[in-house]
Write a protein that binds this ligand. Structure first.
Ligand SMILES: NC(=O)c1ccc[n+]([C@@H]2O[C@H](COP(=O)([O-])OP(=O)(O)OC[C@H]3O[C@@H](n4cnc5c(N)ncnc54)[C@H](O)[C@@H]3O)[C@@H](O)[C@H]2O)c1
Ligand SMILES: [Zn+2]
Length: 355
């Protein structure tokens, strides 16, 4: 079966394309030739992803005339550490990678964040290609240029803004994702639909795993472009992308990061949806429709903690500005507003959002 390849131009400075389609891993070498040629490529991947797709990507790159090396690290969030970052940068140096060569991130958000930060630092920046292999990485982390590793005092505290030269998203690779990892991505995907696109929400209600998700991914990436293009540094429009994320970060942190990001975002969106309903500012029964979609992906609709505990954790969030914090209030499917509150009001908002 042949499918279309969507090309979504990301109009940041520098600009780049996101390709979304099927069978793109086999063609990645040829696709990358459009932005670079005859150079070396350091493939950065975790052990699980490399075992599944490393050979296919390597073969495609070599067939297209690239010389390849690989840096493979243990999968999991623990690899987003400063130790791992320095080890990767040392490997880039020892292998003699130059400024005209490429770093290629093949994996989920952990790989993209780690490889992206290393690429931004090594030689003050070498070109980066992202090949996201989780749904979350495809619709979120591989686009927009945020890179980071974690510090003992918090997640993503050591990072940079660094745009890739090309993003290649082959939706075939989602077929091997564990159900809960696929669902993590669905939570972020639903977020885009709630923010701006009732038709996309409808498409997601009709979607079943195994169906063609490439059109949905391309729509999300286009929307991410629209939010970040005038706000790469995250001071204005980009804040909308934090829908559900203030309670979500509090849930993740309180759980010691045993609750995954996507699962926390689902619960966080439900808290905000119910709060907006209780405050009488949102469409009637909006949270019911949202909850039904999230529940289909076995995503949680509640936080496992009290409003008080969540508010305390959120008060220490890095997105906080002085004594206030900007929440994103969903008013209907496809319509949200920025809603600044004092830190002291957070508990009552979360309380209103609790079932
Ligand atoms: N930079 C950003 O803008 C941004 C945005 C959102 C999240 N993030 C970061 O992304 C990370 C989470 O991303 P993630 O959920 O992709 O995590 P991940 O990279 O750890 O991937 C999840 C798991 O799935 C496995 N996996 C990946 N692709 C696979 C495939 N195709 N088939 C089978 N298994 C596969 C991985 O080995 C891993 O065990 C967090 O560290 C988060 O902070 C960054
Ligand atoms: Zn998120």
């Amino acid at each position: 079966m042949t499918h279309d390849v969507y090309t979504v131009p990301i109009r940041t400075e520098p600009a780049y394309d996101v390709l979304v389609g099927h069978g793109l891993l086999e063609e990645c070498g040829m696709r990358i030739r459009a932005v670079a040629s005859d150079c070396r490529v350091m493939i950065v991947s975790d052990d699980a992803v490399y075992a599944l797709y490393g050979e296919k990507v390597t073969r495609s790159l070599e067939d297209a005339g690239f010389r390849t090396d690989a840096y493979v690290f243990p999968h999991g969030e623990a690899s987003k550490s400063t130790e791992r970052l320095i080890d990767l940068i040392n490997t880039l140096a020892e292998s003699g990678l130059t400024r005209t060569d490429l770093v290629l991130a093949l994996g989920g958000g952990v790989t993209g964040d780690l490889a992206g930060l290393a690429a931004s630092l090594y030689l003050r920046g070498v070109r980066l290609i992202q090949i996201p292999t989780t749904l979350l990485a495809a619709v979120d982390s591989s686009v927009g240029g945020k890179t980071a590793v974690n510090l003992p005092s918090g997640k993503n505290l050591c990072g940079s803004f660094y745009q890739p030269s090309l993003v290649i998203c082959d939706c075939d690779v989602f077929g091997t994702l564990a159900d809960s990892v696929f669902s993590d991505g669905m939570a972020e995907t639903v977020k885009y639909a709630v923010l701006k696109d009732p038709a996309l929400f409808g498409a997601m209600e009709a979607f079943e795993r195994g169906g063609d998700i490439s059109g949905i991914v391309a729509a999300c990436v286009q929307m991410k472009n629209d939010y970040i293009v005038h706000d790469v540094q995250d001071h204005g429009e980009r804040q909308f992308l934090n829908l559900g994320h203030t309670p979500a970060h509090a849930i993740e942190k309180t759980s010691g990061f045993t609750v995954s990001h996507g699962h926390a975002v689902a619960a966080g969106m439900m808290i905000m949806a119910r709060a907006a309903e209780k405050m009488g500012i949102s469409e009637e029964r909006f949270s019911e429709r949202l909850g039904a979609l999230l529940a289909r992906w076995d995503l949680p609709l509640d936080a496992p903690y009290s409003a008080q505990v969540l508010a305390q954790a959120a008060g220490a969030d890095k997105k906080r500005r002085g004594s206030s914090i900007t929440l994103v209030m969903p008013l209907a499917i496809g319509h949200c507003v920025l809603y600044p509150v004092q830190i002291g009001q957070l508990e009552s908002v979360f309380e209103a959002g609790t079932r």
